[in-house]
Ligand binder design. Sequence first.
Ligand SMILES: Nc1ncnc2c1ncn2[C@@H]1O[C@H](COP(=O)(O)OP(=O)(O)OP(=O)(O)O)[C@@H](O)[C@H]1O
Length: 513
Amino acid sequence: MELNWTYFFSLFSMAMFWRAVVTVVELGTLSWLIGLVLGFCVASAQLSGITALRAAAKVYVWFFRSVPLLVLLVFVFNSPQIFPSAGPALSIPFVSGLLSLVLTETAYMAEIHRGGLMSVSKGQREAGRALGLGYWGIQARIVVPQAFRIALPTLVNEYVTVIKLTSLVSVISLPELLMTGQRLYSQNFLVMETLLAVAVYYVMIVSAFGAAFQWLERRLDLQRRQPASLDDKACGDLRATLRPVALVPPLPAVPGAPLALEMRGISKSYGSQKVLDIVQLRVATGEVLCLIGPSGSGKTSLIRTINALEAIDSGEIILFGESYLTAGESPDSERARDGVRRIGMVFQSFNLFPHLTVLDNVLMAPAYHGLGDAAMRDFALGLLDKVGLLAHAYKYPHQLSGGQQQRVAIARALAMKPDIMLFDEPTSALDPELVGDVLRVIQRLAKEGMTMLIVTHEMEFALNISDRVVFMEGGKLQMDVSPDVLRNQPYPNDTLLRVRKFMGMPSHGGRAA
Ligand SMILES: Nc1ncnc2c1ncn2[C@@H]1O[C@H](COP(=O)(O)OP(=O)(O)OP(=O)(O)O)[C@@H](O)[C@H]1O
């Protein structure tokens, strides 16, 4: 069979086909955009803590993924028979088509968004909470930008699917591309030429939008962003504009002033396992405590309760003389969140925000709390200079070594001008050669008078930096003594002997291994 090529080419200059192209693009794009937004809401509902919401979202996704679009289209178009008041709107094929596509796409998009949201690690949310961000702040500034980037390639693919699905709307007489072609070949019987032209029209639409989306994907791809370090001259020029940064706000450590932190009878269990067992701890302003102990003894759990990342089962935590967290209280309460703003936390796995530059990581919390002015920007740059990373201010976390990332995390925590700093094994995830730089920054903070609790396995560091070394075992504080006692107590009791052994010290004291 010979194709009539002259007729085929003439189909590309027919106004009715280009009108159909506009219809397809309008219908596909609107369905995609509305599905994108509603799908995100449904995915959030699926992941919410509210059982009824979760169940409703699950049923929605299950139902609309199961019903064929063709069936839905015919049903929606004819639904005025059941709901006469919807007649004027739904008798318009474009509206019925849009509604059906949106109902279906919302279900598919919800699954895509859910995958994106779930792949943002728990540590990212915890870093947000540790910086005092509320639920919506964490969603808007941390989770959604990352989830969207992860989901983007699949969302783009879904756009192509939606464009092709619009051809089904011909079943309710919308003059889109297929319907336009059908009307034409039912008159002239040039079926193959017309369908071929329809296919080419679809390919053109998909290719044009595919290229645009690819451009967007490339722009959003963080791995492609490789801003360079500032050279010495640029660093020097920038440094000259900055004022020296005072890391620790002057807090009066006068006699009779309240303790920086007091833990009264804190207990916590995970199921039947008690991980904190009536912990009593008092920390004065300016004191540095190192928490040591065997793996699983509860050190991280203790530090996480101080930062309200975990609720407590019994007892009370008091911050600068004011009750901050009590047994059973939600760590998300207003009071706890206010307390968290006074505490900086540095995590073992850094938890930097990968979609933000180093400087924006540091500025994230001040900006959220309404402090992100020009002076704060200078302060943030000054902090980066303090931790030796001014040259890297405009890079992204993936361009830094682990040790550099951890120093950014310290600067980020310091940007909120905390009164207490918590460190949870800050060097455990680092290669040995990178440990020193991080420890030096912490040492500097100690010298400047910062109140600090540090969970560490660096025993010599603990002995050098601490005012007190606290040994934990089985969720209990077994020993709380100065490094001097640890090193020099000539008549050690059994616990001290055990701790010396744990720290790799000789039983008569001295240096740690
Ligand atoms: N979210 C959780 N759910 C259940 N159990 C947990 C949870 N977090 C910690 N645990 C358990 O609590 C105990 C104390 O853990 P924790 O992380 O506080 O110990 P750790 O002293 O910091 O240990 P390491 O030095 O290995 O980091 C462990 O037995 C651990 O398995």
